[in-house]
Every structure is written in structure tokens, then in C-alpha cells.
Design a protein around this ligand. Sequence first.
Ligand code: SAH
Ligand code: SF4
Length: 358
Amino acid sequence: MTKQIIQDLTKEALVEEIKPAFRAKQIYQWIYHKYVTSFEEMKNLPKEMRLALETKYTLSPLKTVMVQNSKDGSRKYLFELHDGHTVEAVLLKMRDKEYHEDGSVKHQERYTVCISSQVGCKVGCAFCLTAKGGFMRNLTAGEIVEQVRLIKKDNSIDANRRVNLVFMGMGEPLDNLAEVAKSVKIFADPEGMAIAPHRQTISTSGLSSKIEKLGKMELGVNLAISLHAVDDELRQKLMPINKAYNIESIITAVKNFPVNDRKRVMFEYLVIKDVNDDISAAKKLLSLLDGIKAKVNLIYFNPYGGTEFKRPSDEDMKKFQEYLTKRGLHCTIRESKGLDISAACGQLREQELEKSHG
Ligand code: SAH
Ligand code: SF4
């Protein structure tokens, strides 16, 4: 009999399983505050209970097979699942300046973890390396949660340090909505990692019907849309999913999505040289987003071996950004964090698969 992954259980589910209820809470704290890897370490539980847990559950659904460090401090992880498949996650570190009333400036490290939701992806975007390997399977909530737990443990990130999450690793999160939604709740549990939903961002290629469904769930998560093109013809070439869910349907779904008062919907725009980097696209983008509390994140296309697409010039990126910001649209350029460790989605895994296939 294969053991159940204990991280697959929400606290409510664990409370159902383990009596008395306070024991379930203790277990949750051992897992998510102390990052233990065995039930034996749960010292305040009775021995029989530890043994019973051991026979029924596993605490280690993922094995770290590789860690790559980037010059900018990002760390990329390759994890192996129990069936041998691998997924990636990245720890991004950003230095924030905090200005205090007494005039002092404090540098604070801010952590963001980028996590995977599937092994591979069905969506098949032309520019994406994850798509090249096809789709293998969905991750369970526990396998999603464990990526963050292992990264926090490995970097000694204290349980009460603030961490942001982005579902921007491998896979299309809305194609695995049930498990992703469950993981959002497990992440947010105050007795667990306590990562509030407004610190979690779900990035989607634009499955409009699922965006509506996610909105109705009222989880409180942030939404990011991978738009990448402003007309259906080009978007269809880059992202075949656009045939099923065109730009208009995405805009409508976004307009219906419940957005936190202090937040905006993020529109990601992957800039590819000579494909979508001209000012006419910026102009169209501006009118598309009219009436939406939006912000735009321009991403440099990150080239890899065998792709026909090219990275845009810094100058064109700047011009595109300026066009939007001058007209009042929030627009940032995503620095290619961890570029030297090939941080764009699916790239580390692909390298490893290539090596192992000779
Ligand atoms: N499937 C979801 C989330 C994972 S992809 C989505 O598409 O939104 C996360 C982001 O990585 C997407 O915005 C995607 O466009 C981007 N991406 C994919 N390939 C890339 C590449 N070669 N260079 C830079 N970004 C890339
Ligand atoms: Fe899937 Fe996102 Fe890659 Fe498109 S960009 S293939 S949706 S992971």
C-alpha cells in the first residue's frame, strides 16, 4: 500500500483524521514551522501516535535532486516526485529598502517562491520549454506545498518571515484548479505557513471559464494573465489555447474577477524581438486594458537552444514601457532574475533530461 502524502491534507481534514484535535494542530506546526522530515521528530506526540502516523503517511513526497545558484542570489531547485518525474521551483530574493521615521534605511531581503503545478503542460505555447516535453500529470496539493516547505527549510527561512508565492513555474495552474485551490488554502493556514492569499499569485495562459470559476471560489488570490499578444491572430500562433479562449473572453473574465482593493490584475507580456515588440502593440494594449485595474509586467524572452525566438533589445523594452507609463498604466520590466541559471520555466529540467538521454 502506498502511503498518503500528509501535506495533501488541509488542517480541517487532518482534524477529522486525528483525535484529539489539538494533536492535529501540533502536527501541522511540526510540518510547517519546524520543517521536520520524519514523524519521529514530533517530540510532543505520544510514541504510539508517531508510529501510527508513520505507517499511514509519508512526509517526504519530494526529493531535491539539484540546486543551482544564480549570481543575483536566486536559487533554482529540481525536485523528483515519487514516480520519478521532476519539477522545478525557484527562490527569488529581492532586496527591499525600508525607510524609517528616524531617517535610517534598512535593507530587507524579500522572498518570493515560484512553484510548479503540473509535470509538463497541455497548453503548448510556442515559446515555452515546458510545453516541449508534453504533459505528464497534475501535481497534488501536497506536492505543490512541499516545494515551498523544502525551500524554506533549505534556506533556513524562519516560519514567520514573509514569503510571496507565484504559480509561475511549470504547468497551467487553472488546468489543475482543484489541487491548486487546495494548496492555496493549506499555504494560508495560520497554523501552517500562514502565507495570506493576497501574497499568492496565480498565473494563467487565460482559460477564461476557469478564471470565472476561480473568481467564484473567493480565495482572495491575485491573478496574473499571460497575455503576450494583443490581437487574436498573433496570440493564436504563440498560444494555441487562444482558439478556445480568445482575448475578448479573457478581458471579460478579468472584469468579473474579484480583486483585492489594494491590488491590480497583472498582465504579463513576454516580449519577443520583432514579433510583438513594436509600439503599435503597446498602443493596442493600452486600449484593451482600459477600465481594468491592471498593471503590466514586461518580460524579456529568455532564449534557449533550438528556439527561433529572440530576446528583445533593452531599448525597445524601455520604449514599450515608457509608452504605457506615460499614459498612466503601471508597467514594470521583469529583470531576468536568475538568467544565468536558466530560470525561465522548464529550462533546468529540460537540460537535465537532455543529459540523461545522452
Ligand atoms: N502556465 C502559466 C504559468 C506558468 S508559465 C502561464 O503561462 O501563465 C509562467 C510564465 O513564464 C509565463 O508568463 C510564460 O509566458 C513565461 N515564459 C515561458 N517561456 C519563457 C521564456 N522562454 N522566457 C521568458 N518567459 C517565459
Ligand atoms: Fe504552459 Fe504557461 Fe508554458 Fe504556456 S507558458 S506552455 S501555459 S507553462
